[in-house]
Ligand binder design. Sequence first.
Ligand code: SAM
Ligand code: SF4
Length: 329
Amino acid sequence: MIDPFGRHVSYLRVSVTDRCDFRCIYCMSEHMSFLPKRELLTLEELERLCNVFIRKGVRKIRLTGGEPLVRRGIMELFRNLGRQLDNGGLDQLTLTTNGSQLERYADELFEYGVRRVNISLDTLDPVKFRSITRWGHFDKVMAGLDAADKAGLKVKINTVALKDGNADELDELVKWCGEKGYDLTLIETMPLGEIDQDRTDQYLPLSLVRARLEKRWTLEESDYSSGGPARYVTVRETGNRLGFITPLTHNFCESCNRVRLTCTGTLYMCLGQEDAADLRTPMRHSEGDLALEEAIDEAIGRKPKGHDFVIDRHQSRPSLARHMSVTGG
Ligand code: SAM
Ligand code: SF4
């Protein structure tokens, strides 16, 4: 699949549910309304869609959400997609999770071929953790991290930089990740979906964070790329990678190789644009996959060049109405 700008689309992110057991302040409002269950694709339908994408050249699939591990029966999807690793259909099967259910699932994930997992963690302080996630239990996430380590999963930590939430702690997180052997990616808040507060209150430019971190750590430029939007440096003192995802201050779109599928079968060609393609209708209306393949080709043919997020003091409304938990982070 090659888009109009010559980019090969080889990476599919699938948001398997819009639900979550946390209510992170930058991601959701406290009283979210979620999709009625009947609107969701079944796990079999999600698998069918993934398989069509694999046949069309996708080599990497990441399951995300919402919280992917709260969807009932989700291990079945991991197991079935894991078979595509064995038969050469896929190079990588992975997930992004808040870690709350990992204690239970880490071993099984490894068994089905998952080798890497991104775990979102914004603070090491249990009290702050509670105020950022609203509903999360810090100890459960720590137990999940231990379980992931024991299972042999390579952990990368994702941390959203928050002006009031964790700005003074990012230095400590770099140290902790160094000790644990985890890579760390820092993310700027993106203006997606209505939340309960004004986003400009939380926005912390990573240029500022980086300048602060450089007072303590030696950040060596690295040409490593995970195929994603992060720009990486190596922290000389720990030997671990540190990534920066800066959608608002840096344009990463020129190397974008991904598309995003929601749990209702909508395909977003860009996280930061409204345009989307409905894959549920062609899938449900045909036994074979021809109509589906045509719908995918047509969608890839309109993958936009890039996003245009804005956060500024005069515009506190989100650039896009849909939450990150719908499209999948
Ligand atoms: N629930 C899982 C988790 O938290 O890892 C997976 C889905 S979550 C939407 C994926 C990632 O998006 C998380 O690392 C989260 O911190 C990030 N995220 C959510 N809302 C965001 C926002 N408005 N701006 C930047 N990152 C956001
Ligand atoms: Fe849930 Fe992840 Fe959003 Fe937090 S960031 S509310 S864990 S989907």
